[in-house]
Design a protein around this ligand. Sequence first.
Ligand SMILES: Nc1ncnc2c1ncn2[C@@H]1O[C@H](COP(=O)(O)OP(=O)(O)O)[C@@H](O)[C@H]1O
Ligand SMILES: [Mg+2]
Length: 250
Amino acid sequence: MSGETIISFHGISRAFGDKVVLDRVDLDVLAGEVLVILGGSGTGKSVALRQMNGLDHPDSGTVVVGGTDITRLTEEELVPVRRKVGMLFQGGALFDSMTVFENIAFPLWEHTSMTDAEIRERAVEVLSFVDLGPEVLPLLPSSLSGGMKKRVSLARTISLKPEVLLYDEPTTGLDPVTSMTINRLIVDLNTRLATTSVVVTHDINSTLYVADRIAFLMDGRFVFVGPKAEAATSTVPELRAFFEAGGTEK
Ligand SMILES: Nc1ncnc2c1ncn2[C@@H]1O[C@H](COP(=O)(O)OP(=O)(O)O)[C@@H](O)[C@H]1O
Ligand SMILES: [Mg+2]
């Protein structure tokens, strides 16, 4: 970890109608770390994550990514930001009518001038990063298990070589064994690709496995931000309750 700040929130507020989801929050994501945004459902974790690549905009405050204020960028100006800050969506969001190859190739066709041969080579390479072989390339998503779909989505996300990976509930809906393979991949990819990762979850086991630091979101604020080791003994009762309700430290 280099410790340099790669994404920062400065006084971010976001409300939907009269429901305040983020209330003047500050947060720094440090280069090289795995930061977990933990919190109950509906607390605004996805909303917070979506600020990090401009998929959602704050009502006030600023978001700085790699030294650039992205708060008021247009959709067109956000294209390079989204390349740099890739997102694994909740549910994976694969195109059902496209093969695995086409799903992975799609962003490369859209955003690069790579040749078909280069794209095929990249597809095989990114699949290997998620422990899948080239035999899955011609398959349709409907023939894949939930865990494999997640891995293909992840392969697609890393195909553009992002500097930051955003994961929205990467283990939700997966069985415990498959969840653990995804947890291992998150940690492994963060090291092998020398990226920074932000993981939104309410899964304490996943948090314990992947996190360097934890940011706990409650009532519109990050009421705890710190190293994983300090979270279990935090003075925030709701955060301690997560640990007490959840699993065993890895
Ligand atoms: N686009 C939207 N329009 C209206 N309300 C939204 C929108 N996105 C999120 N919300 C509301 O903001 C709150 C936080 O949502 P979210 O960030 O998805 O929670 P979670 O912590 O479960 O990821 C919820 O009450 C949700 O209904
Ligand atoms: Mg969510």
